[in-house]
Design a protein around this ligand. Sequence first.
Ligand SMILES: NC(=[NH2+])NCCC[C@H](N)C(=O)O
Length: 319
Amino acid sequence: MYTNIKIIKNRSDIGAGTRGSDMGIDAIEIAAINKGSEYFNSFPHLDVETHNESIYNKDRNAFAKRIGQVLQQCKNVAEAVKQTISNGLFPMVLSGDHSSALGTISGIKTALPDIQLGVIWIDAHADIHSPYTSPSGNIHGMPLAAALSMDNLPDRINDIGGETLRYWENMKQIGNQGPKILPENLIYFGVRDTEAAEESLMERHHIKNFSVEEIRFLGLEQGVKKALNQLQHCDAIYISFDVDSMDCDLVSKGTGTPVSKGFDVPEILQIIALIIASGKVVCMEIVEINPLLDQKGNSMAEAAFEILEKSTLHILNHF
Ligand SMILES: NC(=[NH2+])NCCC[C@H](N)C(=O)O
């Protein structure tokens, strides 16, 4: 058993609008078993307590659905990530919906409070809404706004108050107070499905997105090199990989919010490998596999497992 990586299994889907991403972790495990892989037998793991039963509750927070439970879930993830890093291990986080990433970022910053953290967010979505701007109220579209501590009031469309506001303020303060990341330390890869409020926030703060076309034009190596250059002053990097960054027509629609014209599996493998080769990656997360939506058997989880397995090998070489 390798002991320098710990797998954190966070089977939570309450930040998404569609149920089933909590089953993504098990779908990845089944992909591993069917491949005859010993992967999940090779590393210690930790199961994060979940609140999926809250799906049955009447929810009063239309602009940030189930925010009380999502807040608790992010705190649970933060604690697991903090403990893992404090024990000198690399957290490989497998999550359901992407709201988890706020917990992961908070955990990294609690374990390593003095570092400048760079975030590479590989996703079709910018996930930078606040409850003030979200069109859906789904919190998996909000983790980065909370981590950046940005409400984006100039683009507000929702009037939030009361309980929603109280919980949102708490979400911005998991672990230590204040912004956990700076906009110049956040880089997107593959974002191509955004709302106007997200676009204007990204523009105002000059948040860089390497689109699929730009990456193909520059070449993968050049593209990642440019991204790493921008994060040169960062002490550590967190990779947040949402499977919907991949082309849903090519790979699979087994994810809550599939988008076409994305990356293919070899491109993702190479992008992640090049980032890991920087030697700065302290945590990686894979999210949003929804086997209930997969029209091609278990193909999304199989793709995710291939990426998990190969990225792990790179991490073992560089950690
Ligand atoms: N993690 C995700 N799949 N996010 C999708 C977000 C979609 C849309 N922008 C929303 O806020 O509702």
